[in-house]
Write a protein that binds this ligand. Structure first.
Ligand SMILES: Nc1ncnc2c1ncn2[C@@H]1O[C@H](COP(=O)(O)OP(=O)(O)OP(=O)(O)O)[C@@H](O)[C@H]1O
Length: 242
């Protein structure tokens, strides 16, 4: 049984960016609930508000209007320090461009992220080892990013994001810079973390094929939710192609 209290909720959220004198309505009165353990794919054309939604959920930005609640915390009311603390405790991010530290190995990239939330050196080492094995990278843990394929780098980025066991994993176009096979591998990794650990995932993309792996699909258009449906039989990521 799914918990009925949503893990995350947007209530009548609007976001207006000011471009000089011109207001840009990135989100227009969006309401949305995300259940704990759900894997949600957000689709939509460029400029429809996908990244804005993700950034608001992740506490990288604040709404102009409306409320955002995550795990009972009203993050839209938080100041900068509280938001930083929220991101550290609750959120893992994966971006299109892997954003690994080029001078650190895969293992060190993961350990570096863990150091922000954990001080026990032994636990950091252990946890990094464990998560790299889980995403199938144990053998290349001591390589630097330039010694890895794009897909491997993105899996390190996923490992880094989930090492601290965040409640929410937010992925912005995680396969956008990868070929189909490497992209599929990354999606398999994300799906297995969702299935095995119940990590709630929100994945933003304009690749409609990826929607097949979702529990729920949300389509955005012009800063609004244009359509939303539950997927009765989500596909294993391994079966997706584009
Ligand atoms: N920091 C900002 N300053 C001004 N305008 C912004 C800013 N961020 C986003 N916007 C505008 O808000 C709207 C929504 O942008 P958003 O990035 O959320 O769309 P998106 O659906 O993620 O698009 P893409 O697929 O291209 O990433 C766009 O019109 C964009 O130009």
């Amino acid at each position: 049984m799914m918990n009925t209290t949503p893990l995350a909720a947007l209530h009548n959220v609007s976001k207006v960016y000011q471009l000089g004198d011109v207001p840009v309505h990135a989100l227009d009165n969006v309401s949305l609930e995300i259940a704990e353990g759900e894997l949600v794919v957000v689709l939509g054309p460029s400029g429809s508000g996908k990244t804005t939604t993700l950034n608001l959920l992740g506490g990288l930005d604040r709404p102009t209007e409306g409320r955002i609640l995550v795990a009972g915390e009203e993050i839209s009311a938080y100041d900068d320090d509280a938001l930083t603390d929220y991101r550290r405790r609750m959120v893992g991010f994966v971006f299109q461009f892997f954003n690994l530290m080029p001078t650190l190995t895969a293992r060190e990239n993961v350990e570096f992220a863990l150091e922000l939330v954990e001080s026990d050196r032994r636990r950091i080492t252990q946890r990094a080892e464990e998560i790299l094995a889980q995403v199938g990278l144990a053998e290349i843990a001591d390589r630097f990013p330039y010694q890895m394929s794009g897909g491997q780098q993105q899996r390190v980025a996923v490992a880094r994001a989930v090492a601290k066991q965040p409640r929410l994993l937010l992925c912005d176009e995680p396969t956008g810079n990868l070929d189909t096979e490497a992209g599929r591998n990354v999606l398999e990794t994300i799906q297995s973390l969702n299935r095995e650990y119940g990590t709630t995932v929100v994945l933003v993309t304009h690749n409609t094929a990826i929607a097949e792996m979702a529990d729920r699909v949300i389509r955005m258009h012009d800063g609004r939710i244009a359509e939303e449906h539950r997927n009765p039989a989500p596909k294993p990521a391994s079966a997706i192609t584009w």
